[in-house]
Design a protein around this ligand. Structure first.
Ligand SMILES: Nc1ncnc2c1ncn2[C@@H]1O[C@H](COP(=O)(O)OP(=O)(O)OP(=O)(O)O)[C@@H](O)[C@H]1O
Length: 225
């Protein structure tokens, strides 16, 4: 699903955010990506989602070398990736429906089809009765769920989450992780970047650990601690 081959990334100005990073994520796998602040977690996610390009090495998604995807093709290729952010990035002056429908309407779905799919996505995240609400009427955990519904509404095979539980207490965090597990159980590949080691220690998932831009460990979390 995801393959990094000796990937390095230097940002303009010369800062080396990633140094010779190699790893694979198999189709249907769920993995955590961890490391200290500034270790390079977000950079890995940005390279997968084509928001940044590597300065060396290759990133492959489903066998496609992302270097060969032109800027024009990026939006099309991104449809296979659902992104979830810590700050959820919802449009606060739009309803839950408008927020979740956005990727579908951009893709050209009819309003009728969008309505069906948005309702189904909201039901999967437990918010079937909140379609007409505005995000500010929802709790932080519920807002994060709307962000997840928006990420999954067009059924991408890959979900990338950047600190999805960063603003939530442990109980709500566990509920959000459970949602990712539900999607993973039906075959979606999931990569979650987090520095919450307590959260991942309770779960037995593969953990990729970055330190100063290098991959220092790739295994179950017990091996990392
Ligand atoms: N656009 C950019 N331009 C220059 N430097 C950048 C840019 N984006 C990130 N960096 C630097 O690259 C390094 C890695 O950043 P990255 O966001 O990948 O880390 P992270 O592990 O996700 O950190 P955090 O947990 O704090 O979000 C940091 O030192 C950061 O300052």
């Amino acid at each position: 699903m995801i393959k990094f081959e000796q990937v390095s990334k230097a940002y303009p100005g010369g800062f080396q955010a990633l140094n010779n990073v190699s790893f694979n994520v198999e189709p249907g796998e769920m993995a955590f990506l961890t490391g200290h602040s500034g270790a390079g977690k977000s950079t890995v996610l940005k390279l997968i989602s084509m928001m940044e390009r590597p300065t060396a090495g290759r990133v492959l998604i489903n066998g496609h070398d992302l270097k060969k995807i032109s800027r024009k093709q990026v939006a099309y290729a991104r449809r296979d990736i659902g992104m979830i952010f810590q700050d959820h990035r919802l449009l606060m002056d739009r309803t839950v429906f408008d927020n979740v429908a956005l990727p579908l309407l951009i893709e050209g779905y009819s309003m009728g089809e969008a309505r069906k799919r948005v309702q189904a996505a909201l039901e999967k995240v437990g918010l079937g009765d909140k379609i007409r609400h505005y995000p500010r009427m929802l709790s932080g955990g519920e807002q994060q769920r709307v962000g997840i519904a928006r990420a999954v509404v067009n059924k991408p095979p890959l979900l990338l989450a950047d600190e999805p539980t960063g603003n939530l207490d442990p109980k709500l965090s566990a509920e959000i992780i459970k949602l990712f597990e539900d999607f993973n159980r039906v075959g979606v590949s999931v990569v979650i970047a987090t520095h919450d080691l307590g959260l991942i220690a309770r779960l037995r998932y593969r953990t990729l650990t970055l330190k100063d831009g290098r991959m220092i460990n790739d295994g179950l979390v017990e091996e990392n601690l």
